[in-house]
Each structure stands twice: as structure tokens, then as C-alpha cells.
Design a protein around this ligand. Structure first.
Ligand code: FES
Ligand SMILES: [Fe+2]
Length: 375
């Protein structure tokens, strides 16, 4: 049981014989404290779209646990990332997304150039020994992925995203309908889920639950053809429309009939469903640190669509009002269960052919996670 078990994690290389991650890994704030440095501060996370960062001064901000960063397009056209914190007395500089010709702190109005250099600091020039160069914004690495997406990494030593996931970019570009024409839409409100971030991603990683838990999804997608594939630091699930008229939303004969979902270690998912062209990205991260962060996930969604196209409301409604809430209820129930004294660890169900019952991508996630954590 949770409170008496030896705290071992034993993820076998073979999913057919492997246990899952044990419950305490999802409920212990000390595990989250370790994840902070071993998982999140070494890896690439989604910040925004190049389509939001076209002009000088365009910026986006992103939250990664207790760290807030900003990415901004400079007057020289270069995208730069910085920790979003004023070097005077640590007020946050920018909020949300927008355009700022000059980054001016709301607290005492120190201002910064778009390359992070301190521009003005009222009165500070009279302070003995004040050296402006000491108070530049602290840089964060950014990288454009698949030409459209901007990722950041707090680790200056981390391998380039293109080197570790260039094949994922190529796969998304090759298989997303109208990829080149897709543009970012207004970001949606984040979804707060009362479950550990790994519960949310475990659930994303398999469609074994789709039949019992998502009857409409299992009606719109041909589950007999559904496949899971695993590659390096990412995995993919893909399938095809089952029928035009179905329990989820109607799909036109001449519309896109494919579906695909990708996950990139550790926090980013990409996906599209049958119907009008589009792509949805989500960032799945702990909502904070401590007890709040270990049991609460903030999932941010970013949509891409064809410019000027009228979105398919029935498809949007299905995602927002049916599929999404079904998954939230599952994850929140699982989180309660993981804390139960009557649960230790489970067992993966594995189909070597990658068919609809396989949990191989969950196992893949757990393997990457256990390796990163040093379990
Ligand atoms: S904290 Fe930013 S100007 Fe004082
Ligand atoms: Fe689901």
C-alpha cells in the first residue's frame, strides 16, 4: 500500500511485463520538486507561434512551474527569450501576449531594450558604482520548430530541439492537412485539472480507454485501424474517420478524414481530428509547486486554422463540451485513486502491433520519465 510500500519504481524495458509508475510518484510534492530540475528545467516547452511574433516588439509569455519567461521579436528580427523578471526588485515585466516597443517594468519603470539590455533606470545613474550591464535581462534559449512553433528551454546546455526531434517536425508537417497555410487563432482559457500532470499525459497516450470512456470518439474514429507508434522522444497515435454521420459531429465527404495526435517529451501535444483543417497544441504542466502543483495540472490549448475560415462549431463543441470534460473526469478520478491506500502500481496492456488496446506509449512516457528522474 502507498504508505507502507518500499518506494521502488520498476519500469521494465518490455511493456508486456512492466508495471506502471506507482501511485506515490503522482502524489508526493517532493517528487515534483525533483521533476522541476530533472525534467522541466532541462527540456523544451511550447511558448507560442511564430505567427504571433511577426513584428518587432511582439511577445508571448509562458509559465513553467514557478518560472515565467517571455519571448520577443527584436527590431533586428531576432527572436529572444528572457526570464520575465525585472532586475531591479523582481517585479514581472510583461503579461500574456502582445506588443511592447520597450519593455517597461510596471513597478518603478526601469526599461529594457529588446536585446535585454537595461535602457533606463530612473535615478540609478546617481548611485555609486552602478553598472547597467549587471542588470540585463537573463536569457532563455528559444528555438523555432517546424517553422511555426516557438519552444524554450531553461537549460543552456540542452541539445537543440531540431537535433532531438527534427523527425517529429517533419512528421507533423507531412501529415497535418494544409500545414503551411495554418495560422494561430486566439489562445483559449487554460483548463485546470485536479490531477497530476503525468495522469493527464498518461491518459493522452492511449486509446484503450476510448471505447468505454469516449463512446462518440469510438464512433467517429475507426478504432480497428487506430495505431500507436513510438520514436525516440515522441510518440504518435493516428487513425481514420469511421463514418460521415456519427455520434461526435458530422464530417463532410470532401473534408479531411484523418486524425493524428503527437506527444513530445515532456509537456507538448499536437493533434487534429477529422473535418476542417486545423491543429491544436497543448502544454500540460503542473499548476504550481508543492501540494498545489503535484495535484493540479494547467493545460493550455493553442489552435491553428485556415485564415478567414469559419470554424466548424459542432466539432469545437464536441471537443470542448464532450471529449474534454470526459477526460477531465477520468483524470480527476485517477488522481483520487492514486492516493488510495488500496493502490500501489498497475500493469500495462500491450499490443505489439500498436493497435487500439495498446498502452505502449504510456510505457514509453514512463520509461523516459524514470530515466530523467534517475529512478
Ligand atoms: S522592480 Fe522593476 S522597476 Fe523596480
Ligand atoms: Fe481520453
Amino acid at each position: 500500500m502507498n504508505d507502507t510500500a518500499v518506494r521502488a519504481v520498476d519500469i521494465d524495458v518490455d511493456p508486456a511485463v512492466s508495471d506502471t509508475l506507482p501511485g506515490w510518484v503522482y502524489t508526493d510534492p517532493e517528487v515534483l520538486a525533483t521533476e522541476r530540475t530533472r525534467v522541466f528545467f532541462r527540456t523544451w516547452h511550447y511558448a507560442g507561434a511564430t505567427g504571433e511574433l511577426r513584428n518587432a516588439g511582439d511577445y508571448v509569455t509562458a509559465q513553467l512551474l514557478d518560472q515565467n519567461i517571455l519571448v520577443m521579436r527584436g527590431r533586428d528580427g531576432v527572436l529572444r527569450g528572457f526570464y520575465n523578471v525585472c532586475q531591479h526588485r523582481a517585479h514581472e515585466l510583461l503579461e500574456g501576449r502582445g506588443n511592447a516597443r520597450v519593455v517597461t517594468c510596471p513597478y518603478h519603470a526601469w526599461s529594457y531594450q529588446d536585446d535585454g539590455a537595461l535602457r533606463t533606470a530612473r535615478g540609478a545613474e546617481k548611485q555609486p558604482g552602478f553598472v547597467a550591464e549587471r542588470f540585463c535581462l537573463k536569457p532563455v534559449r528559444v528555438e523555432v520548430f517546424a517553422g511555426k512553433f516557438v519552444f524554450f528551454n531553461l537549460d543552456p546546455e540542452a541539445p537543440a530541439l531540431a537535433d532531438i526531434a527534427g523527425d517529429l517536425a517533419a512528421d507533423i508537417m507531412a501529415h497535418t492537412p494544409e500545414f503551411d497555410r495554418l495560422e494561430p487563432m486566439a489562445p483559449k482559457e487554460p483548463r485546470v485539472i485536479r490531477a497530476n500532470w503525468k495522469v493527464v499525459l498518461d491518459n493522452f497516450h492511449e486509446c484503450y480507454h476510448c471505447g468505454p470512456a469516449h463512446p462518440a470518439f469510438a464512433d467517429i474514429i475507426d478504432m480497428a485501424c487506430y495505431r500507436t507508434e513510438i520514436t525516440g522522444l515522441w510518440s504518435k497515435q493516428h487513425g481514420r474517420l469511421a463514418k460521415l454521420e456519427n455520434k461526435a459531429y458530422p464530417v463532410a465527404e470532401d473534408a479531411n478524414h484523418a486524425t493524428a495526435f503527437w506527444w513530445l517529451w515532456p509537456s507538448t501535444t499536437f493533434g487534429f481530428m477529422p473535418g476542417d483543417p486545423g491543429l491544436s497544441i497543448s502544454s500540460t504542466l503542473p499548476a504550481g509547486m508543492g501540494a498545489e502543483g503535484v495535484g493540479v495540472t494547467r493545460r493550455r490549448f493553442f489552435s491553428f486554422g485556415l485564415p478567414g475560415a469559419v470554424p466548424d462549431q459542432a466539432k469545437l463543441d464536441y471537443g470542448a463540451n464532450v471529449l474534454g470534460p470526459e477526460d477531465v473526469a477520468i483524470c480527476e478520478s485517477v488522481q483520487r485513486g492514486l492516493a488510495s491506500r488500496g493502490y500501489s502500481a498497475g500493469r500495462f496492456v500491450h499490443d505489439p502491433a500498436g493497435g487500439q488496446t495498446t498502452e505502449a506509449a504510456v510505457h514509453h512516457f514512463h520509461r523516459l520519465y524514470a530515466a530523467a528522474m534517475g529512478f
